[in-house]
Design a binder for this molecule. Structure first.
Ligand SMILES: Cc1cc2nc3c(=O)[nH]c(=O)nc-3n(C[C@H](O)[C@H](O)[C@H](O)COP(=O)(O)OP(=O)(O)OC[C@H]3O[C@@H](n4cnc5c(N)ncnc54)[C@H](O)[C@@H]3O)c2cc1C
Ligand code: FES
Ligand code: FES
Length: 483
């Protein structure tokens, strides 16, 4: 059993043990490494000022795959076997890389506080592909906020950098062979870190296999599971406290998969939103479009489907789709495996049908036939990088003009996502008409129990329920096929 985390930062090897392994990456970079180019503004994944690139061994085994990550909500214990590149590591001291030069040439920086984060996100985009236009740059930078320059110059810098930068610049700057060899030799170790913090003793297990994780969980049923830690990291920063016992899933390769079956897709618990957005683009285009607005790229790079489900928020963006496709959740413990229909997974606000010693290992999503009508809705105050105030998913199966079956899920209008069973029953057997949808919306309002909070009043949310039925009718009227 190893008791230290091994990672590389700008090609320098770091071995981190004891309480240090429980710190955030941004804190370690700034305080211990003197890499203060990484800035901290919000500490909750909302602004991107702390963006770094994290390289993990790619599927080919010969390269590192770099993803942008908010270092303020990434724990060091999650970075075993990773290469972290910070803004200081993009070029030789005193020199600028192509993106930095383009930001200078295009006046992309004023106070400069957001600039390292933008530079890292842009370098990450160029590492993965060549964004073709302003819209591609805009979408890739939704995780970064600038309060003074204005985005036009930054987008111009992106276009200029795309012309000037060579492909795989990081792969060339940091020949990965030595790091990859060490990461491969460490990959099968189980790792466990113990530390005493101001609030008591802590233990973090980072097993390499599912079996080892289940053994740990059977011994420590109180352990809090960490996957992407986009929820957990924010909670820790806001409360100043970490759970006493954590089981981190980041090193379990077997949970990181997407399997396409004939009429379903099965996602491993560690499948990230970035992976799912690209894997489901053809199979579930409506869902992939919602995922494009899920957090920003830094959140999608690490946030997982299992984390979204287990966090249990009634406004989680994946849930309306999972409810109307009647997805099932695989829960695994040392006692075995069971599949739980998503409709039976929530007993109340954040109360899950998970037994002590169980964790989510996969999600099976049956894919609706192409001629079902299906729409998903996310209402938030800002289009990008915002938590929903209301969500909905509506799916219909028609026989000619008659509604044969309806699936309707509403989020943000009760302690859990609600299946509007009475509205579904009302629509069944009726012709498609505005009157039917108006009446169904009114029935659905009687099935929800919204509250008033910062994202909207209860009455506003009831109105959104009515509106979404009419919107669905007008969007799908005359369009029997999913676009
Ligand atoms: C800036 C920002 C933007 C966001 N935007 C959105 C958004 O647009 N839409 C949205 O829905 N959410 C959003 N979120 C919330 C969050 O990113 C998602 O809920 C994400 O999917 C959580 O996944 P994770 O892997 O990071 O979970 P973690 O933070 O690791 O875990 C979340 C919870 O799930 C539990 N858990 C994790 N994995 C398992 C498992 N395998 N078995 C059992 N329990 C498990 C953890 O113990 C924890 O309680 C946002 C968060 C941030 C910080
Ligand atoms: S400091 Fe704002 S995302 Fe990390
Ligand atoms: S340059 Fe000041 S916040 Fe962007």
């Amino acid at each position: 059993m190893r008791d230290a985390v091994v990672l590389y930062i700008n090609e320098q090897r770091h071995e981190v043990a004891d309480r240090h392994a429980l710190r955030s990456l941004s804190d370690y970079l700034r305080r211990d490494c003197g890499l203060v180019g990484t800035k901290i503004v919000c500490s909750e994944g909302d602004c991107g000022a702390c963006t770094v690139l994290v390289g993990r061994p790619a599927a080919d085994g010969a390269t590192l795959d770099y993803q942008p990550v908010d270092s303020c909500i990434r724990f060091l214990f999650q970075l075993d076997g990773c290469h972290v590149v910070t803004v200081e590591g993009l070029a030789e001291p005193g020199q600028l890389n192509g993106v930095q030069q383009a930001m200078v040439d295009c006046y992309g920086s004023q106070c400069g506080f957001c600039t390292p984060g933008f530079v890292m996100a842009m370098t990450g985009m160029l590492q993965q592909s060549r964004p073709q236009d302003d819209e591609a740059w805009r979408l890739g930078l939704t995780g970064n906020l600038c309060r003074c320059t204005g985005y036009e110059q930054i987008l111009e810098a992106g276009a200029a950098a795309a012309e000037a930068c060579e492909a795989d610049a990081l792969g060339k700057r940091y020949a990965p062979a030595e790091m990859l060899a060490e990461f491969a030799s460490l990959a099968t170790d189980d790792v466990e870190v113990r530390a005493r913090l101001h609030d008591g003793d802590h233990c973090v297990a980072m097993p390499a296999t599912l079996d080892a994780a289940l053994v740990f969980l059977a011994k420590h049923p109180e352990a809090v599971i960490a996957a992407g830690a986009t929820d957990l990291g924010v909670r820790a920063n806001k409360s100043g406290q970490l759970p006493a016992t954590i089981l981190d899933l980041n090193r379990i390769a077997d949970l990181d998969f997407v399997r396409h079956e004939e009429d379903a897709v099965v996602c491993g618990a560690r499948a990230t939103w970035a992976t799912l957005a690209s894997e489901l683009r053809d199979a579930a285009p409506e869902f992939a479009a919602v995922l494009d607005r899920f957090g920003g790229p830094q959140i999608r790079a690490v946030g997982t489907i299992a984390g979204n489900i287990a966090n249990g928020s009634p406004i989680a963006d994946s849930l309306p789709f999972l409810f109307i496709t009647e997805a099932a959740i695989e829960a695994t413990s040392r006692d075995g495996v069971r599949w739980i229909p998503i409709g039976e997974f929530y007993h109340g606000y954040k109360q899950l049908e998970l037994r002590p010693g169980e964790l989510i290992t996969a999600v099976r999503i049956p894919l609706p036939p192409a001629d079902d009508l299906l729409k998903l809705y996310k209402v938030s105050r800002r289009r990008d990088l915002d938590i929903s105030g209301f969500t909905a998913g509506i799916r219909l199966r028609l026989a000619g003009e008659t509604i044969q079956s309806a699936w309707i899920a509403l989020g943000g209008v009760g302690p859990t996502v609600v299946r509007a069973a009475k509205a579904e029953a009302f629509l069944q057997g009726r012709e498609l008409s505005e009157d039917a949808f108006r009446a169904a919306g009114e029935i659905a309002v009687g099935e929800v129990t919204p509250i008033s909070d910062v994202r909207g009043s209860a009455e506003y949310r009831r109105q959104l329920v009515r509106n979404v039925f009419l919107k669905f009718f007008h969007q799908t009227d005359q369009q029997p096929q999913i676009a």
